[in-house]
Design a protein around this ligand. Structure first.
Ligand code: 13P
Ligand code: SF4
Length: 322
């Protein structure tokens, strides 16, 4: 029997199981929908019912009538699905799949910042815990962040948490002054401006497509900045033949499908000795763990009901803005 370590648990898989076939069968038997982020391994994206960016997956979670949501992504994404669906079972293949942005912003810290700026509206990036969402007025994702900021009345100052890079980019895009929480993404902060310049010199025709979680010097070099879904759409619709892609490498799977005749070049991290453009949290999910969580309907996401109700308001406020 194959043994699989999931956080502190250890589970075994029956010998000879065809994981692809078993996952399809279990999805039907459990009335489950499988949602996967573009940063998941190709095999996981290929067995998913919907693949998308954070906003598309939150929207899919909000409208599903399945009884079980299997979230192939990270904890805050599955938690958002549970905030929207308290009566459904929501499972995450590996419950330790976190996010450096969510980890950087504890709710007590945000409460203390709010106490120092009591007149500010709080906009939080969806990459945060349910407790932080509960302290927030409106949630945003990288797809709709500028729209969300513009929905706040001009005379209302804003606290933006937890991504300082997205926050700085939004200040430029919207002209709004904001108090920024100082979190960052461990993946996007590793892209190197110096090495990107070298790569651009070697591929002068290539367009640079970057996620707004990248640091400012990288964003300044980008021809297009957007969410994962927006990056894919941009490459698909562009007449350019070559793209340098500054985001997590899992996106290349969908990009190759949608742009089969274009050249996609991953942006370089500072060092070649790491797989730094792979999210260590996203990559904790595997096909084996996906099978096990559909088989056993665990690990489940559970949220304290008082926190869930407070977290629901800013998530719904975001969904209402589209
Ligand atoms: P999007 O899905 O909004 O592009 O964000 C990427 C990301 O880092 C998710 O954790
Ligand atoms: Fe979090 Fe960055 Fe991983 Fe996205 S890529 S889940 S922001 S650590």
């Amino acid at each position: 029997m194959d043994r699989v370590e999931i956080g502190s648990a250890s589970k075994s898989i029956e010998p000879g199981v065809d994981l692809f076939e078993a996952i399809e069968r279990l999805k039907r038997e459990r009335n489950a929908v499988l949602l996967a982020h573009y940063y998941q391994d190709p095999d996981i994206q290929d067995v998913a019912d919907a693949v998308g960016d954070s906003l598309q997956l939150a929207q899919a979670a909000a409208r599903t009538d399945a009884e079980v949501i299997v979230f192939a992504g990270v904890h805050f994404m599955a938690e958002t699905a549970k905030i929207l669906n308290p009566h459904k079972v929501v499972v995450l293949p590996d419950p330790t799949a976190g996010c450096s942005l969510a980890d950087a912003c504890p709710a007590e810290g945000l409460r203390a910042l709010k106490a120092r700026h009591p007149d500010h509206a709080v906009v939080s990036y969806i990459n945060c815990s349910a407790e932080v969402k509960a302290e927030t007025d409106v949630i945003c994702t990288s797809s709709n962040a500028a729209r969300v900021i513009r929905s706040i009345p001009e005379d209302r100052p804003i606290i933006f948490a937890p991504d300082r890079n997205l926050g700085r980019w939004l200040i430029q895009q919207t002209g709004r002054d904001m108090v920024l929480w100082s979190g960052s993404c461990v993946v996007h902060e590793t892209f190197s401006e110096r090495r990107l310049r070298d790569l651009m010199a070697r591929h002068p025709e290539a367009l640079v497509l970057a996620h707004p979680e990248c640091e400012a010097p990288v964003l300044r070099l980008a021809h297009f900045v957007g969410s994962t879904a927006a990056i894919i759409r941009h490459a698909e619709g562009s007449a350019a033949r070559q793209f340098i892609v500054a985001t997590e490498s899992g996106i290349l799977h969908e990009m190759k499908k949608r742009c089969p005749d274009k050249e996609l070049i991953p942006a370089p991290p500072e060092s070649d000795s790491c797989a730094c453009n792979e999210c260590p949290h996203m990559k904790k999910n595997t096909l084996e763990k996906l099978y096990l969580c559909l088989r056993d309907l665990e690990p489940r996401i559970e949220i304290d009901e008082a926190i869930r109700l407070r977290a629901l308001r800013p998530v719904e406020a975001m969904l209402a803005l589209g």
